[in-house]
Design a protein around this ligand. Sequence first.
Ligand code: ATP
Length: 234
Amino acid sequence: MLQISDLVAGYGAADVLHGIDLHVGGGEVVCLLGSNGAGKTTLARCVAGLLKPRSGSVTADGDRLDGLAPSQRVRRGIALVPEDRGLFGGLTVADNLELGGFRHGRRHAVDRLPLVMDIFPPLASLLRRSAGTLSGGEQQMTAIGRALMADPRYLVLDEPSLGLSPGMTRQILKAMRALADDGIGIVLIEQNAALALGVSDRAAVIQRGRIAVTGSARTLMSDPMVIHAYLGGR
Ligand code: ATP
C-alpha cells in the first residue's frame, strides 16, 4: 500500500498541505479531486520526492520514502506522470520510452516495451516520431508509457486528461483501470470528475490543502458537494 500520513508541505513561509491522509492499495484507483490551487500537484510532488514535506510521511509497502531522491523512489516502484508530461520533444517516442526504463538497464527496457504497446497500441506506429510532433493524447500515452517502463507498483497521474478530447480521455482512463486490475495502485488527480470517478474505486476531494470528503467513488458521485462543484450540478 502507498500510504500518505499527516503530510504537511508548502513553499517558502506558506503551507499548502495541512495534514493529508490518503492511501492506495495495489489494484485500486483512487481519484483525487480538487479545484485549482487546492494542493493536488503539491501532493504529487511530495510523493515523487520532488518536494520535501515539512512533516508527515509517505510509505510504500511499509518502507518510509522520506529522504529518498526521485530516482530512488522510481526504483522503489513509485512513478509520477507530471501535469506537463515532461517529455523530451526533440527525442523520438522510442527514446522517451527507453529513458523511463533506463534505471533498470537496457535489457529491461527492451523487454518492457511490448507491454507498453499492449496498453497503448497507437504508440506502436509512432515509435520513430519526435514526441514534440504528437497530438496531446499521443503525448499523454507516451508520458504514461514512459512511467510504466519503470515497472511501477504505484502510479501517480497529475491531470492526465488536461487538453484531451472526452474520447481520448476515456481511452486513457480505461487503460488505467486495466492497469489497476492487473495489480498497480493508481492515484488519479483529475478535474474531469465524471469520467475519472467512473474508473475509480475510491475518491477524495482536497480543499485548501485538506481532505474535505472521502469515500467510495460511487458514494462521491452522489455527494451533493461533489455534484455541485465537479459534476456540473447534475
Ligand atoms: P492546479 O489544478 O491548478 O494544478 P493544484 O491543486 O495542483 O492546482 P498546486 O499546484 O499544488 O495546486 O498549488 C497549490 C498552491 O501552492 C497554490 O496556491 C500555488 O500557487 C502554490 N504553489 C504551487 N507551486 C508553487 C511554487 N513552486 N512556489 C510557490 N507556491 C507554489
